[in-house]
Every structure is written in structure tokens, then in C-alpha cells.
Write a protein that binds this ligand. Structure first.
Ligand code: GDP
Length: 580
């Protein structure tokens, strides 16, 4: 009974609503039309440059085959072209374009750009570090060559023309995603190199710089696959475009199934070239490719392939200097040991968030010191090397070479420190996963006076204990610390560490390297000064290009190559060829 009453009531309400809606229908339609008429253009304008993917269709990577994915993307692209909706293929933009709390920092218009390395035309607020750079990196002796600047400017044009958001990009990717192989003559005018990540941040940065240089030489558009863990570390380097790989790029999450040197597919006796190619130059599985990368045969076989998906953690720039690109590179880099220095400052400007971490720490602990000393302690086999050995080596290195003052243990100056007109204040920035080295140093310089009256402060921004993967905050701290090290006057680094390599190159510093960190046999020679600020290439060429004869010393092939100071099997670029 109660149910019947309720249903009657509901019927009545329905009926009433219908009548009312009949009356209002026409009024509503008219209002709706008016609202649409006004808001549609505003809506389109807002979303044209937004980070929201209006039409992006997520691809279920786990269940779909390569072909299915390619086909889906291809039809999405077709729709995209017919609708000509700009954000259709645009991946997630770098968050650095959004203002953070540091945007309140006044930007001095007079501050110079990173020399002329960086193009004009950026929104200043989106990347403050680019404009405050010169206040922090003072007296930088290295200047980019005019030829390098010209190359960068024309690259930027190419990137704007073929990069994500452009109609050429949509056309090229649409065409490429439809066929796995294509005839030489059918290939697209826009070519791409997609950098994909491996290992820690230092490894990623050295391989990104190498990949970008290779792209520059080959007129390829350089795109990067940053997942959330690398979000918002760097500003966008190329004006009016993005370097971020669009999320629905064909074959994403299936890179290893693409044709590669290992996974060659019969393509009709070389008449056809693959549209996408997975180039593995990662230490461990891509060593053979790395060792032959300089060979003309390899480089010319890759040249025609429209999309290269690169996996690397290595600084393979030295390989390019002994390849057919040598002359071009000589023109671009008259100072051979400043290659990463220039490429690094061009590509890796800290995002506003990272810049906040860097500048707050710098101003609070380092800025006022007469001398800033960066100490990078990277312990690869932490369990095996006693931390006491490392501590002794740090003291021996820094005190033997007058980087830090020695202690006055006569107790005379215990109560009245010997401060004189030459005494300095020294700030030591310690970058390490572990806290004990900074704590030990801080305690020693607190409890013991120094011979020359120098005052030493020791500061460590973080001690993460473990290298973490997939963690954006962890990477942000690592990036801030790398950059802070680069702002020091003197640098002491650990051997074999790309973390240290990036810091020294950005800073334009030849570091003191603690070779054989913590091992007893190196205690007599606790460190040596590097002869070049370039990163070391750990997997250099070993064979001639026919792959038969082992060449023992590749450094003989080019006057500006030398064996690395810290890795006897590695090679690096040097300004002057120095014989060991
Ligand atoms: P490498 O392994 O020394 O060549 O340097 P990578 O940067 O490639 O990898 C080491 C990773 O461990 C870094 O990217 C960080 O994630 C972490 N890490 C190592 N040392 C430090 C450090 O001193 N500070 C911080 N914050 N992280 C570090």
C-alpha cells in the first residue's frame, strides 16, 4: 500500500516535471545556445596551450600487441589531423612552466642569459634559473663558440617545426605508425631521437647530453621520455615547443620489441628501413653497440631510420669525436673539454622548484664563505669499504693539498684561535647518501683548532641512505645537490661517479679525485687533480670497425682523447693531449 502511494506520488512528480520542462525547454535551449556561443571560443583558447589531454586515448600496454597499438595510434592520428585539434598529441608538459612559490623572486632584467647559449623568447617566470644563472656562476671562463650557437638556433627552429604540437609531427608520426618498414624514398622529412632513461640521475644526464649532441648532428628532433620520477627537474630547453615525449607516442612501453641490432628482421635485402629502431647503448647489454658506435657503417645505417629509440646511461660523446662527425664537432667545440659544460648548461636549467632548493641552501650556508668546497662521497660498495678508511682518505686528500686546513694539536690555540688577516672562512658542502662523513668532519673542525686560523663549516643537504628509483623528491634532491656542487670553488669527487662528473662539468671545475675510494692501497696518494672537466666514457671503442682487431689505445686516434684519471679503461676529451 505504502509502495503504491509512493509510486503514484513519483508518477505525479514525473508528470509535473515533464510539463514544467516542456515550458522551460525552449527557454533553456535558447540560453544554452547563448552560453555556448560565448564560452566555446574561450574554451578553445584556454585548452590550446593547456596541459590537459583533451582527446588522449590511453593505450592498454599490457594487453595489446605492437601492431594493435600502432593501428590504434594511427587512427587516432588520422582523426587528429582531420580535426586539427592542437593538443591532440601533446604529452604532459613540463611542470616547470607553471609558476611556483619562487616566482615571487624579483627577476632582474639586466641579468644575462646563460651566455648566448639559451634562446630568447622564453617566459621568464617559467624558468627563473635561466635568468639568475650568472649571479651564481661567476667568472665562468668557457664561452660557447658562435658556430655552436648557430647550430642551436637552427636546431630550435627544427624542433618547433617538427616537434610535438606541430602539424609536421602529426603527419610524420601518423605515417610512420602505419608501417613497420618503409622504402628509403618514402621516409619522412622529420626524424626523431627518443631518449629513454636508465640508471641514476648522473647517468641519465650524461647520456641525454650525448643523445642530444647526436640529434644535433643528425638533424633529429630530440624527445625525452620522463616518467613522473623526473617530472619538473629541468626547464623546457627549446622555445615554443616541448621536449617531452607525448604519452601516446607509437610503441611506447614496447620499445624492446622494435627492430634492433639484436632483433634484426629480414627487411627485403636492405631495400626497406625500419620506421622505428631500438638503439641499445646501455652499459651491460649494449656494450657491443657502444664499442662500434663510431663506425661509419653503423652511423650511416642509423642515419636513414626515421625514429631512433635510444636506451643509454653512458657519455658516448668521445665516440662521436672519432667518427665521421669529427670535423663538424671540432668547429662546434674549439675547447674540447667544455662539451658537456655547454650542452649541460643549455639542456639542464633547474626548474623553479629545484632552483628554490638550490638557492635557499646556497644563500643560507655557502654564500658568505670566502671559499666553497664541494665534497662528493659516492660509495659503490658501501658494505665492503670501512667508512673509517674513507674518512682518512678525505682528510689526507683535503689537508695534503691545502683544500682544508690541518689541525693544530699543540693545544696552544685551543682557547684563542689563531685568526689573522689571511685566515679564511670555508664552507664545505658534502653530498653523500650517508651522514657519517659530514658529521665526522663537522665534529673534527668544531673540536680541534686549525693551524692557520681558517674556520670551517660543514653542511650536508640530505642523506638518503639508498639510491631510490621512481621517486621524484629523491631525484629533486639529487639534482639540487649536483647543482650546488657545481657552484663550489673547489671540488673533491669520488671515482667513477657520473653524479660527480655532471657537477664538475657544469661548474667548469677540474676536480680532485679520490681514486680507489677507501681502499688501503691508495692511502699514500689519496687524490689527484683531474686534467679535464669532461665526463669519462666508461665503455669506449675497443675494436677497429671490422671488429676483428683489438685496438689497445684508442686515445692515439684523436689528439684530444686521453685515458680517464679515475677509470683506466675509460676515455675522455681533454683540451691538451696529455700522455699518462
Ligand atoms: P653514479 O651512480 O655515481 O654514477 O651516479 P648516478 O647519479 O647515476 O646514480 C646515483 C644515484 O644515487 C643518484 O642519482 C641519486 O639518486 C643517488 N645518490 C648518490 N649519491 C647521492 C648524493 O650525494 N646525494 C643525493 N641526494 N643522492 C645521491
Amino acid at each position: 500500500m505504502r509502495t503504491l502511494q509512493i509510486s503514484q506520488t513519483l508518477k505525479f512528480v514525473d508528470h509535473f516535471t515533464e510539463r514544467v520542462s516542456d515550458v522551460r525547454k525552449y527557454t533553456r535551449i535558447t540560453s544554452f545556445m547563448v552560453v555556448c556561443f560565448i564560452s566555446l571560443p574561450v574554451f578553445v583558447l584556454l585548452f590550446k596551450n593547456s596541459k590537459i589531454h583533451l582527446f588522449e586515448t590511453p593505450v592498454d600496454s599490457s594487453t595489446k600487441s605492437l601492431e594493435e597499438n600502432a593501428q590504434n595510434i594511427s587512427s587516432e592520428l588520422l582523426e587528429g589531423i582531420s580535426q586539427d585539434v592542437t593538443p591532440f598529441l601533446v604529452g604532459e608538459y613540463n611542470n616547470s612552466s607553471k609558476p611556483t612559490n619562487t616566482s615571487s623572486i624579483p627577476i632582474n632584467d639586466q641579468q644575462k642569459l646563460v651566455d648566448e647559449l639559451v634562446a630568447s623568447g622564453f617566459d621568464k617566470e617559467s624558468c627563473i634559473s635561466r635568468y639568475q644563472y650568472s649571479s651564481y656562476h661567476k667568472n665562468k671562463p668557457y664561452k660557447p663558440s658562435p658556430y655552436l650557437i648557430t647550430k642551436l638556433r637552427s636546431y630550435e627552429e627544427l624542433h618547433a617545426q617538427c616537434g610535438p604540437q606541430s602539424s609536421s609531427y602529426r603527419r610524420s608520426i601518423h605515417k610512420l605508425s602505419r608501417s613497420h618498414y618503409m622504402n628509403d624514398s618514402e621516409t619522412t622529412s622529420c626524424k626523431y631521437l627518443v631518449w629513454t632513461p636508465a640508471n641514476g640521475l648522473g647517468n641519465r644526464m650524461v647520456s641525454m647530453a650525448s643523445a642530444f649532441l647526436y640529434s644535433l648532428l643528425q638533424n633529429r628532433v630530440f624527445l625525452v621520455e620522463f616518467e613522473a620520477e623526473m617530472d619538473d627537474l629541468f626547464c623546457e630547453p627549446f622555445p615554443n615547443s616541448t621536449w617531452l615525449l607525448p604519452k601516446n607516442f607509437p610503441h611506447k612501453n614496447h620499445w624492446s620489441q622494435l627492430p634492433s641490432f639484436k632483433n634484426r628482421v629480414n627487411s627485403g635485402e636492405g631495400k626497406f628501413i625500419p620506421s622505428f629502431f631500438h638503439l641499445d647503448l646501455q652499459h651491460g647489454h649494449g656494450d657491443d653497440n657502444l664499442r662500434h658506435f663510431h663506425c661509419t657503417k653503423i652511423l650511416s645505417s642509423l642515419e636513414k631510420i626515421p625514429v631512433l629509440i635510444l636506451l643509454s646511461d653512458q657519455y658516448f660523446v668521445p665516440s662521436l669525436f672519432i667518427s665521421s662527425f669529427k670535423e663538424e664537432l671540432n668547429r662546434m667545440f674549439p675547447e674540447k673539454d667544455a662539451v658537456f659544460h655547454h650542452l649541460g648548461h643549455y639542456l639542464f636549467n633547474p626548474s623553479n622548484e629545484a632552483w628554490g632548493l638550490i638557492t635557499r641552501f646556497y644563500q643560507a650556508y655557502l654564500a658568505k664563505a670566502d671559499e666553497k668546497i664541494g665534497l662528493q662521497i659516492r660509495v659503490f660498495d658501501h658494505q665492503q669499504v670501512p667508512s673509517q678508511n674513507i674518512m682518512s682518505q678525505i682528510l689526507a686528500c683535503t689537508q695534503n693539498y691545502n683544500i682544508l686546513p690541518s689541525f693544530d694539536d699543540t693545544k696552544k690555540s685551543l682557547y684563542s684561535p689563531l685568526r689573522n688577516s689571511t685566515s679564511k672562512s670555508k664552507a664545505v658542502l658534502v653530498a653523500s647518501l650517508y651522514p657519517e662523513y659530514a658529521e665526522g668532519l663537522r665534529s673534527m673542525y668544531w673540536t680541534r683548532p686549525t693551524m692557520n686560523g681558517d674556520m670551517v663549516g660543514v653542511y650536508q643537504p640530505s642523506h638518503e641512505e639508498l639510491q631510490k628509483f621512481g621517486d621524484n623528491v629523491h631525484n629533486m634532491k639529487a639534482w639540487a645537490e649536483i647543482y650546488l656542487l657545481s657552484l663550489c670553488d673547489v671540488l673533491v669527487t669520488s671515482p667513477q661517479s657520473t653524479f660527480g662528473y655532471v657537477a664538475q662539468s657544469l661548474g667548469g671545475l677540474k676536480p680532485w679525485i679520490m681514486v680507489g675510494l677507501g681502499r688501503k692501497e691508495f692511502q699514500d696518494s689519496p687524490c689527484k687533480q683531474g686534467f679535464s672537466m669532461e665526463p669519462c666514457f666508461h665503455i669506449p671503442p675497443q675494436y677497429d670497425c671490422e671488429g676483428k682487431n683489438k685496438i689497445n689505445n684508442f686515445t692515439n686516434l684523436y689528439a684530444h682523447l686521453n685515458t680517464c684519471e679515475d677509470v683506466w679503461w675509460g676515455v675522455k676529451l681533454v683540451e691538451m693531449h696529455e700522455l699518462n
